[in-house]
Design a protein around this ligand. Structure first.
Ligand code: PLP
Length: 388
């Protein structure tokens, strides 16, 4: 009683339901291998932790500017110049408590009830919940396994309407681990031709830096009529620090800032100083390179092992740390199958339906876990399938 309709209607994040059931089983003594969540198993680079400790010792523990500390906003701008050769005025950068709150602020600032946002199907589970929560309408564009789950610009174009406020891209993508080609990014940018008006491209670049074949591209290389969402959770193994940012067209900064002032005041000060070290200390970059190498070895082994046991992976994923494997020949109900696998083998993976109707019939495996655990998971899965 007394709970808002909005709160009642928001669906659970199924990956978290799997995680919580797995934790229950673990507490009962079952040996669990966690391949369900998008959480790096590595530690945050030491130089990043040291920077936070130094900031604490120097008592940099107060509220910061609501847009973030200037050294971090400058470091973010410099990273984009160096990595993608795009000019970003630090005045366009707002530092947030992760990409998730940045997304909520952005869609709150952008959408009137009934305004549409185009997303891929499947896509990251929370996108439609953010959009729906603020009264927006999700327009899904199916992406196809044999096309590496890439957006087809012509399919987006068919769904553009006067209410389209944004096209949301995510490359490398969760849950598919696939990258959008530069040609398709260009074509999508051309569908958002304004200079500072809708439709915008909103580009969730949180998996940048976790690419094993090919190269990630920044949406700002193709258009300025765009928002970049990015953060430190994945590449720097900093999920718990809660640090991210949005790069917005200049006229959006003040509305976003006003909401941030009201709803968060600022991102955590120590995390912001840690973020400066993550972007500027060469030791952090060396640690990232080592993590990337290890993710890559896991990726190759997991894909090979899943294929050997007959799971469907038509195009090898090349980024992030996910494999989306087709399982409908084993059980048409991916939810039932994922939970059955969990109960019987202790391998926790996420049912594809968490990611939209297009995810039905798939299970997402995360390889943010050790090679030894991946080997063990493959062994258990093979035994489970033989038994079925
Ligand atoms: N965007 C995508 C595609 C994600 O997969 C995730 C987390 O899994 C997020 C955003 C949330 O990131 P953050 O930890 O910065 O809130």
């Amino acid at each position: 009683m007394g709970i808002s309709q909005r709160a009642k209607e928001i669906p659970p994040f199924i990956a978290m339901d799997v995680l919580e059931r797995a934790q229950e089983l673990e507490a009962q003594g079952q040996d669990i291998i966690y391949l369900c969540v998008g959480e790096p198993d590595f530690n945050t680079p030491q130089c990043v932790k040291d920077a936070a400790c130094r900031a604490m010792d120097e008592n940099l523990t107060h509220y910061t500017h609501s847009l973030g500390i200037m050294p971090l906003r400058k470091a973010i701008a410099e990273y984009h110049k160096k990595r993608f050769d795009v000019e970003v005025d630090p005045a366009r950068v707002m530092v947030t408590c992760g990409v998730s709150p940045a997304m909520l602020l952005l869609f709150s600032a952008m959408l009137e009830p009934g305004d549409e946002v185009i997303i891929s199907d499947p896509a990251y589970a929370c996108y439609d919940n953010f959009i729906n929560f603020v009264g927006g309408v999700v327009v899904r564009v199916p992406v196809h396994e044999d096309d590496a789950f890439q957006f087809r610009p012509e399919e987006i174009e068919k769904r553009l309407s006067p209410r389209t406020k944004a096209i949301l891209v995510n490359s490398p993508a969760n849950p598919t681990g696939q990258l959008l080609s530069p040609e398709r990014m260009q074509a999508i940018a051309e569908l958002a031709p304004g200079t500072s008006g809708p439709p915008y491209v909103v580009s969730d670049e949180i998996y940048h830096g976790l690419v094993y074949e090919g190269e990630e591209r920044c949406i700002l290389e193709f258009t300025d009529n765009a928002f970049v969402l990015n953060g430190f959770s994945k590449i720097y193994a900093m999920t718990g620090w809660r640090l991210g940012y949005v790069i917005a067209p200049l006229h959006y900064v003040r509305p976003l800032q006003k909401m941030h002032q009201n709803f968060a005041i600022c991102a955590p000060s120590l995390a912001q100083w840690a973020g400066v070290a993550a972007l500027t200390d060469p030791r952090a970059q060396a640690d990232v390179a080592r993590m990337r190498e290890r993710y890559n070895a896991r990726r190759l082994r997991l894909v090979e092992g899943l294929k050997e046991m007959g799971l469907g992976i038509k195009v090898t994923p090349t980024g992030a740390f996910y494999v989306l494997a087709r399982v409908d020949h084993i059980d048409p109900d991916d939810y039932r199958l994922a939970f059955d696998i969990l109960e019987k083998t202790g391998v926790a993976a996420t049912p594809g339906r968490d990611f939209g109707p297009g995810g039905h019939g798939y299970i997402r495996f995360s390889y943010a876990n050790s090679l030894a655990n991946i080997e063990e998971a493959l062994k258990r899965l093979a035994a489970y399938l033989t038994q079925r």
